[in-house]
Design a protein around this ligand. Structure first.
Ligand code: AMP
Ligand code: GLY
Length: 432
């Protein structure tokens, strides 16, 4: 009986909740910041965490792959909810391991996370429900993919099937670079299987929604700026800045995205016995033929989370718990009026190998409640706060208009100082 009780996840929220957060980016700082506002919040442990999450609890430096150590920690510290930031532990089944231990988890099981971790699986799910997306051919052999591309006589978007740290997609302009992309991606682990996709044209938008396996609670729309250089030039990065919400997505278009692109996928995963619980992120392109899916992610975007979470009113910890146990109450969260603009400050060398260890000045002096500083790659060294990663800090400005939010973010982005600092100056400019 005791055994049964331990394994049966209680649907009842506890008054005092201990949370275990996985990840170490600006996204996780933003999650910790928002979770700590909950009336249920008691203690936070972060694995491995960063300077930001450390402000709300204890960082524990386990490797993300050591699930045994992480579950041990959760049992020892009587964790009530696991919250997973990044994609890799989800794909590797951290939520399955916690479920087996009887600990609720906000995040999908490995089977449901395949919507992100396998692009060919995502295409299969979308095809089963007629979700609008780019036509794609799937290849397990680079020779066949190359032959197909050459025969077609035109360039194709080349995608690695698996998780590739945001480096698994190439959008070539000609045949020669299509063939080169096939050769390069097929040599990576993620690219043992490849997709060749038709190239779509349009502006992009990210739609994040909380999901309890059945229902969706849609969060403010966002637009990431993935390219390193201003005017969307240069190499792809994890994300250089975000605006939220995106005004050009009308309520009618958003409803269309949810009804034709997102809910069908949730329904299909549930029908297959692998319901999606956690955060479903739809990467959408607004084409002349309507919105189409570019990709799904099974987690909050980073830096998207740094702009979206500050626009939410309500107790996210409660809502994450409700998702984990399969009973979302959409009325518990509201969208704040106004806008958020997040500008990412990077270290010299990013998106390649970043220079680290440079002192960061000017963060403590910020005293504006409309500006939030989220730590990503920072550390506390002998001389105080210093750089410790490629994306160093996210500066989020809030405001009643996009222009005001933007002005606040940029004022502080200028003021925070470290050697080699780089940021894009055009986040949110002219509709972003
Ligand atoms: P993904 O990781 O699949 O979202 O791809 C990364 C980026 O590549 C997207 O944000 C788009 O800018 C671009 N992309 C991906 N697929 C396509 C496509 N079929 N047509 C045009 N651009 C694409
Ligand atoms: N910023 C893009 C992502 O998190 O996938």
């Amino acid at each position: 009986m005791l055994y049964f009780l331990r394994r049966h996840i209680s649907k009842h929220l506890r008054q005092h909740m201990n949370v275990l957060l996985i990840g170490s980016g600006g996204r996780e700082h933003a999650l910790a910041w928002k979770i700590a506002q909950s009336r249920h919040f008691t203690r936070l442990f972060s694995v491995p965490g960063n300077t930001g999450t450390g402000q709300y609890g204890q960082n524990v430096p386990f490797p993300l792959s050591d699930f045994d150590a992480i579950v041990d920690l959760a049992q020892r510290e009587q964790i009530d909810l696991l919250v997973v930031g990044p994609d890799n532990p989800l794909a590797d089944g951290i939520v399955d391991v916690f479920k087996a231990a009887g600990i609720p988890a906000f995040g999908p099981t490995a089977a449901a996370a395949r919507i992100e971790s396998s692009k060919s699986f995502a295409k299969e799910i979308m095809a089963a429900r007629g979700v609008p997306t780019a036509e794609a051919m799937i290849f397990d052999s680079p020779v066949e993919a190359t032959a197909f591309a050459q025969q077609s006589g035109r360039p194709w978007v080349v995608k690695a099937d698996g998780l590739a740290l945001g480096k698994g997609v190439v959008v070539p302009d000609d045949m020669e670079s299509t063939v080169a992309a096939i050769a390069r991606l097929s040599a990576t682990r993620a690219g043992r299987r490849l997709l060749l996709e038709e190239r779509l044209e349009g502006r992009e938008v990210s739609v994040h929604a909380l999901c309890d396996g059945e229902h969706l609670l849609v969060l403010p729309t966002a637009r990431d700026h993935k390219r390193f250089g201003e005017g969307d030039t240069g190499p792809n990065t994890g994300g250089m800045g975000v605006i939220a919400p995106v005004d050009e997505v009308s309520p009618a278009v958003l409803e269309q995205i949810v009804n034709t692109c997102m809910q069908p996928v949730v329904d299909e995963l549930a029908a297959r016995g692998t319901p999606f619980r956690g955060l479903l992120y739809a990467g959408v392109i607004l084409t002349r033929d309507g919105p189409k899916i570019l990709e799904f992610n099974a987690r909050f975007g980073d830096p998207e989370a740094q702009a979206i979470l500050p626009l939410l009113e309500g107790d996210v910890l409660e809502v994450f718990y409700d998702c984990a146990v399969g009973q979302l109450h959409p009325e518990k969260l509201r969208k704040r009026k106004g806008y958020a603009v997040c500008v990412v400050l990077c270290a010299q060398g990013y998106p390649g190998k970043p220079r680290v260890g440079d002192p960061i000045r000017g963060v403590e002096a910020i005293d504006d409640e409309q500006v939030l500083i989220f730590h990503a790659g920072t550390a506390i060294g002998p001389a105080g706060l210093c750089t410790a990663g490629g994306r160093v800090i996210g500066v989020t400005g809030l405001g009643s208009t996009l222009a005001r939010a933007r002005a606040r973010a940029y004022e502080i982005a200028e003021r925070v100082a470290f050697e080699g600092k780089y940021f894009r100056r055009d986040i949110g400019k002219e509709n972003g």
